[in-house]
Design a protein around this ligand. Sequence first.
Ligand SMILES: Nc1ncnc2c1ncn2[C@@H]1O[C@H](COP(=O)(O)OP(=O)(O)OP(=O)(O)O)[C@@H](O)[C@H]1O
Length: 789
Amino acid sequence: MAQSKRKLKLSSSTVSASNKRSKLTHVHTNPNDLPWKTVSRSKGAWLGADDGILELEEVEGVEVVYEEGENGKVARFNVLDEDEEHAGGQVEGDDPPTGEVGYEQEPGADNEGDDSIPLPETEDTSPPEETFDTQSLLQNWLAYPLHPSLLKSLHSLSFVSPTPIQTQAIPLALSGRDVIGVAETGSGKTLAYGLPILHYILSRPRPRTQVAKARRKLSALILAPTRELALQVSSHLNQCLNSINKPESSPQISEGPGLAGKVSENKANAHGKGKGKGTVEGKSASTSSTSTDNPHPAKSPPLVSVAAIVGGMSSQKQRRILDRGVDILVATPGRLWDILEDDDTLAKEIKTLKFLVLDEADRMVEAGHFAELDNILRLTLQQSRQDETDPEFLGQMGEEVDESKHVVEEEMQTFVFSATMSKDLQQNLKKRRSGFKGAFSKAGSKPASTLDDLLLRLDFRDPEPEVIDLSPEGGVVSSLRESKVECLSADKDVYLYYFLLRYPGRSLVFLSSIDGIRRLMPLMELLNVKAFPLHSQLEQRQRLKNLDRFKSTSSSVLLATDIAARGLDIPSVDHVIHYQIPRSADVYVHRNGRTARANRSGFSLIMVAPDERRLVRGLMGSLKRDEAEIPELTPDLYLLDKLKARVQLARQIDKAQHKVKKENYEKNWLKVAAEAMEIELDSDLATDSEDDSAPTKKKAKAKVGSLKAELKHLLSQPLVAKGVLAKYITSGSVDIVDDLLAGESLETMLGVKRVEAGSEVNPARKKRKSAGASRKKEEDYEEWNGFGS
Ligand SMILES: Nc1ncnc2c1ncn2[C@@H]1O[C@H](COP(=O)(O)OP(=O)(O)OP(=O)(O)O)[C@@H](O)[C@H]1O
């Protein structure tokens, strides 16, 4: 039920009123007599329609004193003179650190342990500071004893409740257990392990001044298979730290004694006008002055630092960041191992980690990181285990390892998370005590796969790591609508083009090879489709740039290899298209997982050529599903046919352009080679390579020009649906006026209604068709011979 809410906000000056020159002006026993002010609620404070609060009021400069009365403790409210209250040395424009207290506080309750926490600070243009009541606004998080600053961050991110994997993993992780978490794509696994790590670091008393002086000791290592995923994980964690790392909002990692110290440090920061963020890939930490007199404020380090170490980016810069020390390191195994080979300090820190996380462990093995990963994991073994893995040691081994010999400073916790992990592997991991020996001892049975082998090398300190398996049946999330389209390989371009025009949105198209992307890119460009490539042969800077462009362009296409299949959290991907069949069921699940994330809806389409049907059947079989269950998308063959001409023309242009480029390259090469060898080229060849107006070149260019003009003309013609008369839209067999007036018509296809892709699929067949029926289907298919190339 909607209600008004009142908050009593105490400033530090009121908490320690006796130390300051505050002047008591009124004493009230009825809270309604206090000078309440209505608080305007900013967008950031919106928690959904059912947060139940219509109006929020706050009161400032009030001291609460509890007095023993006849019926127990009663609250008395001392209202302080406003001017006097701010005369406590507070710097202008700087909000004092506040200790807000819920109005409905139990008499006698201690202010320090109260749940109410300040809202995150905003930039200079911020509205009056707001308060909220954790009890009612973050009640779904209350069961978890997370650091108050983290709760504040969750609120500012509008993460009203934990996701199911977070609900299960966080308490276990907080209680020191090792966790193996398997949950559907987009279900919030990063914070399922990330929040306990941040909580641990934030809860250790560490004043900012100390943070600035000493090199930080690495607390957590998160390993991810791809650069993009590693960068994303670090930025996700930094997102939670944004308000925490601001010097003004939290001068100490944990609330310790010394409120006065807090106040003075905040004042100093206010003079420096510093506001900062966490460190990602060397991005600047917070900038603030530590002295009010310093005209050149020094950079102040973030309270918790997270760094990403990935290949393809300046390793010197990454080494510099590591030299300063970080709390959380997110890395791809390859680059990390490169660095570790010359960085003994870091290697030592890895030996005494508090948290080791393997995100998407199964992909890490596929990505060919086995050797590096294995080397890194060896560093995390307890000493006796390291001996155990040593080949020389193996030869001598035959006895039980004496666990009591281990001297462990602080037990490392291990978290392994993925959306796909076989049940067998989960069981093996759980029984890793015996499995571990099995993996290394000569007599032990061999692990089932490389992944089993690798994961069995993980040195869980927990005798029985907890396995949480929330993976959905069949591997796909319930908010995803899957579909398929059957077509000849040569027609996939036309079908893709049709799909992109018919269902505008953000589409992620997966191809199995980089060559395929290189072939499709120019076609997309010629057809005026906004497409960006993403594959491993692009420079890292370009990869990130393309990802950013895709994220920020509402109707665009990302043509990607499977480096984009795992973990990438791109908001609002409407469609995932499997242009080529994924090579395994896991890849199918992860590719699909780029859409329909965090309970949003999504659509996936798999393009199946006749020779790929067997593969798809196998793929679905591994997911314990029937291929016939996947509904078919029903393209409009009339429009498809019309698009064929455009695609064919684009192909011709591309071919002609390619030929010109190739000839240029060859001739240039010939010229360079001839010069190097000091020989003279045949006159024809020499003229051709130098002169742009040479007849052959001229001819080729003219051909490209005329084809381009033809395509331009075609693209300028509206694509008109069957039965629609473009000139007389109220005539013809289809009346499109209503749709046009309602804005429901698709601009690129006249007479075609704007609909979601999911609404144009044939209902799924529950059971495999009878032999006769499937023969009929094959015949239909033969009949529709496609477009050819
Ligand atoms: N408690 C929450 N409430 C709302 N959104 C959340 C919550 N936790 C995480 N999210 C958001 O959900 C999205 C998906 O989270 P995340 O990337 O961690 O998923 P994932 O399970 O790791 O996915 P994948 O398996 O594809 O890697 C992110 O945008 C994240 O910000």
